[in-house]
Design a protein around this ligand. Structure first.
Ligand code: MG
Length: 253
């Protein structure tokens, strides 16, 4: 034991020295002066965050053109007669909405519980009753219509409430109408990721391959009437989805 003593002391000193070296090294700081992230009261599962634009709170569809065509009862709106479009135009956004396909099963394939969210009126995230209802995969619930099937089928059964959370970057065009930046979309269906920053090759068409047609940076969102009485509730949108920008260190002097 005595013989080992110097070795133990040496080892201990080495360990202490290493530890000191570790803790005495300077902490990395980028020097960037960030704006303080704004405090936002988040919603609970049935309400919008404080900084969202509420598009439907269960009581009226005043934010929508043709909204008076749909039936509103018991805190939800039922598809009836027409598609509806937001009165306000939107581009980049985070969109939340909840929907329920009809509890009573009627039709099959594309004829069963069909609706859709058309971002900018042009890029459809398909809504369909895809619970044990086969159809073409790039047309099932959550598909970017005729472009990309969802990664998984996260559908709940007929009549059950479901959710979409969509993060959308609008495409950009130059003055000549040439595409400068494509659209990107991320979608969670019932909290499950089904598209991760997917690059859209263009608008979603029933009868044409995807392609872009130049349009403004902001356009209304459409909810589709496809003749099936789906219900919607709790629809809200947030427009500011840009990262914070800080000041570089050299700009602070
Ligand atoms: Mg549809």
């Amino acid at each position: 034991m005595r013989r080992n003593f110097p070795v133990l002391v040496t080892l201990s000193l080495v360990i202490i020295a290493l530890g000191a070296a570790h803790f005495s090294s300077d902490e990395y700081k980028s020097g960037i002066v960030w704006p303080e992230p704004v405090a936002v009261e988040p919603g609970n599962p049935s309400t919008a965050p404080a900084d969202a634009i509420v598009l439907f709170d269960g009581t009226h569809l005043d934010a929508w053109k043709n909204g008076d065509a749909w039936k509103i009862e018991q805190g939800h709106a039922e598809v009836h007669g027409k598609s509806i479009q937001t009165k306000q135009a939107f581009g980049d956004c985070q969109l939340h909405l909840e929907f329920a396909t009809p509890a009573e099963i009627r039709g099959k394939g594309q004829g069963r519980g069909n609706s859709g969210v058309y971002l900018m009126g042009k890029y459809e995230v398909q809504i369909l009753d895809s619970y044990e209802n086969p159809t073409y995969f790039d047309g099932q619930c959550g598909a970017l219509y005729k472009q990309q099937p969802p990664m998984v089928n996260a559908s709940r059964g007929p009549g059950q409430w479901q959710s979409f959370d969509i993060i959308f970057s609008a495409p950009r065009f130059d003055g000549e109408g040439e595409l400068k930046q494509p659209a990107y979309v991320t979608v969670l269906h019932n909290g499950v990721l089904i598209h991760n920053h997917y690059e859209l090759p263009g608008g979603t068409f029933w009868d044409q391959p995807p392609h872009y047609q130049a349009h403004p940076d902001k356009l209304p969102i459409t909810l589709q009437n496809h003749g099936n009485p789906l219900r919607f509730r709790n629809i809200w949108i947030r427009e500011n989805i840009e990262p914070l920008v800080g000041k570089q260190p050299e700009a602070n002097q």
